[in-house]
Design a protein around this ligand. Sequence first.
Ligand code: MTE
Ligand code: MO
Length: 393
Amino acid sequence: MPGIKGPSDYSQEPPRHPSLQINSKVPFNAEPPRSALASSYVTPVDLFYKRNHGPIPVVDDIERYCVDICGLIGTPKKLYMRDVRMLPKYDVTATLQCAGNRRTAMSKTRKVRGVGWDVSAIGNAVWGGAKLADVLELIGIPKLTCSTQSGGKHVEFVSIDKCKEENGGPYKASIPLSQATNPEADVLLAYEMNGEPLNRDHGYPLRVIVPGVIGARSVKWLDSIYIIAEECQGFFMQKDYKMFPPSVDWDNINWSTRRPQMDFPVQSVICSLEDVQSIKPGKVTISGYAVSGGGRGIERVDVSIDGGKTWLEASRSQKTGVPYIADHVSSDKWAWVLFEVTVDIPYSTEIVAKAVDSAANVQPENVQDIWNLRGILNTSWHRVQVRVGHSNM
Ligand SMILES: Nc1nc2c(c(=O)[nH]1)N[C@H]1C(S)=C(S)[C@@H](COP(=O)(O)O)O[C@H]1N2
Ligand SMILES: [Mo]
């Protein structure tokens, strides 16, 4: 593709913030410290988790960079950056969460395969760009279309990076055409993150953002869009990012029995305390994030200071000065909610958080019940141990 290249080695990686915890150097996978994460509603770009499957692509000529749109449509089109910028611009605040968030904790129950992540493979950003629904209208697909006349039912996004899992081919994924053409689904071709041009790690010059869906479908460094009849047959749709029951292991797995994971379930995490933390007796502020997929709001966040026997309701916020109400017009429907509660902790105990979304979905109590061989979607109750030390002891 003119204007952009996918390198085959790691000699042209961008600079990165020194406080990121690196989970894999090549491909580069890193997350911020949890204490930094919940301190701002909008995650700074530098600290936003970076999840890659190959070397970061290099743009050598932005004027020539374009996205090929083809497949089951009348006439193919080359979409240049100037065409994207000509469409109405939307700023959508959306939380991106990797399906592997909290994988390390799941692997403590039983071994799983995949990059280890603590609780920060998640971030909330303001994504600026054109709606995919407007882009598809340019090639003659009207809003709210489930199927094109020639039988197109899915929209496939193909990148330019070289991934081992694809035998050196590019990263790709698809979403249903009905979602892609629904303006309310807010699927973007984004060129900005927090008001600045996307940086290389996050998909410069253009990436897809599919709000409410696991990060894996938000393809970075977009190279082409195909309108296709069946969902994308790529590795990351068919042989990865699927949810299996605990009874399935590598010796009896049949990938075709499960659908690719799309929406993520309700999640919450305490960010103000480490897994095991020593504190002084007295008042402690417990804070963190809660989020659900599919645009469902957070109805409640419960915190326990006795290992889950009794619960207190935490306060929730998004924007300062605006009360958060789940599924209210004033709330950012695709974005996380920060929670906070101050409690008195006199002795060593287990602190737990769990959230309830606006469909009354709850997080599972035990990680064993949702263990799966790829270690995805660990949304079990988040537990941290506090050791209370008395200075006169
Ligand atoms: N082209 C491309 N797009 C990609 C990936 C990738 O490796 N290559 N990783 C996906 C995964 S698994 C996640 S979680 C998000 C991470 O986006 P971020 O690095 O901007 O946080 O990008 C997705 N899009
Ligand atoms: Mo991911």
